[in-house]
Write a protein of this length. Structure first.
Length: 262
């Protein structure tokens, strides 16, 4: 680690201690006038290091709380940055739909970036399904693929299969079946669902294994990356990112806020 980066790390820790504890022993070191190299030099001073460690040992819970608060602040800053990017790239919420599958014709656009193998996406699916049963006439729901292939090896094959089912007008039925059978994702299940939906199996296999399925998913991935998304599920309602877990209550609350603004 460079001396400058070490100094910045020390400055962060000292700042948290001073802010939450007002500890005089470290206040002078955390002074705004102290430069990163100066703090790095202090960090390598054994006496100063022991002083800081002693403070941390006496107040571990407060330090953990401070670090958690810092992490929340960073996440909130990231959400604001993503929201600004969303407004710049897609000033009209409907601009985000593109060629992705959608259901409903309501004025409020709800876009989900999701992964068929993600357990949190399965929970969000249940919440969105319940929400759409109640509010389906008020919203247009859009599904975007965001397969996290590094940790979910079946996310991409499942997405390609759902896209192929969509070519025969059965995307949503296939989408629902994938989430209902998430523990069984794999080749046998993809063929089984296609058979149950009475798809043309030869065309289904040709479509899901062809280059067009990958191109369609790559478009969704490019949108997700352009918005700086890092995880699934991510839900956007009329240009507003939903923070935290996706529940029917959160969706209702956000829709209510939008309605009051209009």
């Amino acid at each position: 680690m460079s001396r400058c980066r070490l100094g910045l790390l020390v400055a962060l820790v000292l700042g948290l201690l001073v802010t939450h504890l007002a500890v005089p022993a470290v206040a002078s070191a955390a002074s705004p006038q102290a430069t990163a190299p100066e703090l790095a030099a202090k960090a390598m001073d054994p006496a100063f290091e022991q002083q800081v460690l002693a403070v941390i040992r006496r107040h571990p819970a407060v330090l953990i709380e401070a670090l958690n608060a810092y992490e929340r602040d960073q996440q909130e800053a990231q959400r604001r940055q993503q929201a600004d990017q969303l407004r710049r790239l897609y000033p009209n919420p409907r601009d985000l739909i593109g060629e992705s599958p959608s259901r409903g014709t309501g004025k409020v656009v709800v876009v989900e970036f999701s992964d068929f193998q993600c357990p949190y996406c399965a929970k969000a699916h249940d919440a969105l399904k319940a929400f759409l049963e109640q509010r389906g006439k008020e919203v247009t729901f859009v599904y975007k693929n965001f397969p996290l292939t590094q940790i979910h090896p079946q996310a991409l094959p499942a997405a390609r299969a759902a896209w192929a089912a969509g070519r025969q007008g059965q995307f949503w039925a296939y989408h629902d079946a994938l989430f209902a059978n998430q523990a069984r994702l794999g080749e046998p299940l993809y063929g089984e669902i296609a058979s149950n939906l009475k798809l043309n199996l030869a065309r289904f296999d040709q479509d899901r294994k062809g280059p067009a399925s990958l191109q369609a998913i790559q478009k969704d991935l490019a949108q997700a990356e352009g918005l700086g998304l890092q995880g699934t599920p991510t839900v956007v309602m009329d240009g507003q990112f939903l923070a935290g877990a996706v529940t029917a209550e959160v969706l209702e609350q956000q829709l209510g806020q939008l309605s009051r603004k209009k």
